[in-house]
Design a protein around this ligand. Structure first.
Ligand code: AMP
Length: 396
């Protein structure tokens, strides 16, 4: 069982909270997207409301065990102070006597933010002694960093085991609720849309969802490895030649399991990998030797849309085409808009993190779906059926 922070009153407790403040910063160290901070606020506010003291810890970037100024969490401390109105105490190191002193000094109403965990290589090494140092800073532990829940690091795994009172925050709670219910208890028809660059990155997801979904709609660069397995010409489109057999096996398995694994029936192809390239709209069996497949075609968009709009549960992971180039974004746009329509029709619609989350945001449908996951890698591993170490460690 995993306990939620709603199950506890944190009054008078120092609450060590693993959050995901891995925010993008520009050259002047301004935060360019604050969604990760905003997503953590409900949990922080609940602790404060109870009369507890949040001791926040996070990583930022990849300093690889070195103290590197541009990866300091100081801009986040300033943001929490100036934009969120907290009284923030910032520590120059995430462990050690100085940090301990600041934590001891903090009063209810204050928020402590520890400096970047990854300034210590022990964090990513899941080091027990480092975890013990972190554990000294709190009476109870909360993990609300879904984005790193697929990593067994000292602050997400080892430290959790040192606390009898350990909880998931609201963000992890809602991720588990949406992803968990969709995967384990879907209302049917259950449709998965899987796109993105490569089949190798999504193979485990497709495999896992085959036993759960009614439809799997394929898009993105991985289309062409499937086409190759079907004996079609793919021109100069993206191909993973070492995955052709895998694609062939997936097609066979889908047939045996009576799951409709669909590939696009038409495409948008280009003469070069460029938004300004010459474009042709063709059927799947008309790809020329010099063509590059860039997006799913209009007929496929209609077909996929119809299936999505009639679904009751939809999971989407990965763009349908090279959506960063406007001329090849239409397939991805249509899927995003169909998800919005399915949501209006009463379906539960979930967008995996990473590129599909970026796409749905870019296309302004973010608020029109049931849930957009905050963790790319974590949601992918969840959909693969893997146990996430950061979640596992919370079990009591
Ligand atoms: P992933 O990170 O695996 O979800 O892949 C996302 C990337 O796949 C995006 O950057 C897309 O531009 C890319 N992508 C989608 N369709 C294609 C395609 N037909 N050819 C090459 N790349 C593609």
């Amino acid at each position: 069982m995993i306990k939620s922070i709603d199950d506890f009153n944190f009054s008078g407790k120092r609450v060590l909270i693993r959050v995901d403040f891995n925010v993008p910063l520009d050259k002047e160290l301004n935060i360019t997207d604050d969604i990760r901070i905003a997503s953590s606020l409900p949990t922080i506010n609940k602790i404060i409301k109870d009369g507890g003291i949040p001791i926040l810890m996070s990583h930022l970037g990849r300093p690889d065990g070195q103290v590197i100024a541009k990866y300091s969490l100081k801009p986040v401390a300033e943001y929490l102070q100036n934009k969120c109105g907290y009284n923030v105490l910032f520590t120059n190191d995430c462990i050690g006597v100085d940090s301990q002193e600041i934590v001891n000094k903090a009063k209810p109403g204050d928020v402590v933010l520890l400096e970047n965990l990854r300034f210590h290589k022990e964090e990513e090494n899941n080091d027990i002694d480092f975890a013990k140092e972190l554990a000294k800073l709190g009476d109870v532990y909360v993990n609300d960093a879904f984005g790193t829940a697929h990593r067994a690091h000292a602050s997400t795994y080892q430290v959790a085991l040192l606390f009898a009172d350990r909880f998931c925050g609201y963000l992890i709670d809602s991720e588990l609720k949406y992803l968990g219910e969709a995967v384990d208890n879907p209302i049917r028809p259950f449709v998965a849309i899987i796109g993105g660059a490569k089949i190798s990155g999504k193979i485990d997801v497709i495999n896992n969802l085959l036993s759960k979904c009614d439809y799997i709609l394929i898009g993105g660069g991985m289309i062409f490895t499937f086409y190759k397995a079907m004996g079609l010409e793919i021109g100069k489109s993206l191909l993973e030649s070492d995955r052709v057999e895998m694609a062939s096996n997936l097609l066979k398995k889908a047939k045996e399991m009576n799951v409709k694994l669909l590939l696009p029936i038409d495409l948008v192809v280009a003469d070069k990998f460029d938004n300004e390239a010459d474009i042709k709209y063709i059927l799947a069996n008309e790809i020329g030797v010099d063509d590059i497949g860039m997006d799913i075609g209009e007929k496929s968009q209609e077909l996929y849309s119809e299936i999505i709009k009639n679904a009751k549960t939809v999971i989407w992971n990965g763009p349908m085409g090279v959506f960063e180039m406007p001329n090849f974004a239409k397939g991805t746009y249509t899927i995003a808009s169909s998800l919005a329509e399915a949501t209006t029709n009463g379906a539960k619609t979930i967008v995996g993190g990473g590129d599909s989350a970026a796409a749905i945001k870019q296309m302004n449908f973010e608020d029109k779906v049931s849930h957009v996951s905050t963790g790319g890698g974590a949601s992918l591993e969840y959909l693969e059926g893997k146990e996430l170490p950061g979640i596992k460690a919370l079990e009591v």
